[in-house]
Design a protein around this ligand. Sequence first.
Ligand SMILES: [Zn+2]
Ligand SMILES: [Zn+2]
Length: 277
Amino acid sequence: MKKKIKIAFWGVRGSIPTHKIDHSAYGGHTSCVALSYGNSDFICDAGTGIRLLGQKIAKKKSNTYIFLSHLHWDHLFGLPFFAPLYQNRKIVLGGPKNGNGASFKKTLWQIMSPPFFPVDPLTWRAKIKWIDLKPKKARLDDGVRFECRWVDHTDPALGFKFIFPNGKSVIYVADQELKTGNKSFAQWIRGSDLLIHDAQYDPSQYSRHRGWGHSNFEEVVKIAMKSGVKTLVLFHHDPDSNDGLLKKRLEWCRKFLKQKRSPMTCLLAKEQTSLQI
Ligand SMILES: [Zn+2]
Ligand SMILES: [Zn+2]
């Protein structure tokens, strides 16, 4: 039997963590998704959700990768609380260079040092392999193929594509203002098994935040559907979107896809849940 990929959601919120009773169904931690396959864990982003994930990974030996889509706070400020960094093990840590060309390592080091944070990466016991991520194809552990591409955000940001030996593909795009007419992106996601994509706003929120680098979820649904995506997971929920509002969003998606007779499945990313494909 072919091995399955487990996709676990540890942080699904955008911009800033939120802790309110009417946000608890979907969760308040910022971006962190773990793809586990064979003996490898591929972690996308290190928002506040990474802390609890770290407690699990610290108990096992695995090939551990952390890829940051970009350097905005909500995607990295959980990193120093990732327990495996303080263990004697190897970790691959990658992210894009900053907009001025400084390496990912140098940029991250500055943020993770005093006066911004009390302990710097010299305190990490893990042996880190630092990588400047850029649009390129690579082969990772367990035969997983990996590809990056630039996406449309306010600062340099990457989308990730993982192609697994079981034939399935998973795409992660945390922050992107996706617009109709972005043909090269539509082509890139064509036929993917799972697309996790920024869906921060509904149309009325989007009308007030045009140019902020985040998507109107209705556009994302339409583009994913036309590109033959099998399952779409709406991600990076706005901190002002409560559970009721998010549930309505899901109802809209299901109604729309039914009307269009689309076979695509649409889900809302929910903290502490996982999928297998
Ligand atoms: Zn973000
Ligand atoms: Zn961002």
